[in-house]
Design a protein around this ligand. Sequence first.
Ligand code: SF4
Ligand code: SF4
Ligand SMILES: [Zn+2]
Length: 187
Amino acid sequence: MSRVQMSRRQFLATGGAVACACCACRGVYGAVVAAPATDLQPALVAACGIYCGACPALVASLKAKTHSDLKCLGCWSPKKPPSYAPKCAVRKCAKLKKVQSCGECKSYPCKLLPPLFNDKPKYGLREKYLNAVRDQGLEPWLAGQKKRWTCEKCGKSFGYGDKQCPACGGKVLTDAEEFAEFKQKKT
Ligand code: SF4
Ligand code: SF4
Ligand SMILES: [Zn+2]
């Protein structure tokens, strides 16, 4: 599996069935030693539109030294999905519809989604990102997101909430700036 993203075929092969497979995690962390990040297989798209690849929980998990340090490896991660995964109605629905992103669903936007588009940049940007998945397709959107969350100055990645590049301190487009621009265009 690609380190970057579970492919559509692999997602469908699991039936979107992912659970917190702690036994699998023990496979990685058997002797409580640092696992190579390449074994962690993060899943970068959330059903609700968040780009998990820029989420602080995922970024921290890629640096985890032990199983207990893992916070979340992405919405559809088989190894470490978010703790709220079993209760999330949107994720459950997307799993049934066999889509990784609601932007791929013919019913998008359904009534479950607007309440999630709130005024916090990470959550409000869901709408922009789901629209983009709908309009561009998932893979092109993911490629664009990788670029969007990469510092132009040093080539390292940054994430939601970062006010500058954590690696070089360079100027980056923050989630707040992107959300403000999105809201302005909508009005
Ligand atoms: S906490 Fe949510 S947004 Fe962050 S990586 Fe996990 S599923 Fe994605
Ligand atoms: S019906 Fe709504 S929640 Fe379910 S997958 Fe489609 S857009 Fe997502
Ligand atoms: Zn940088």
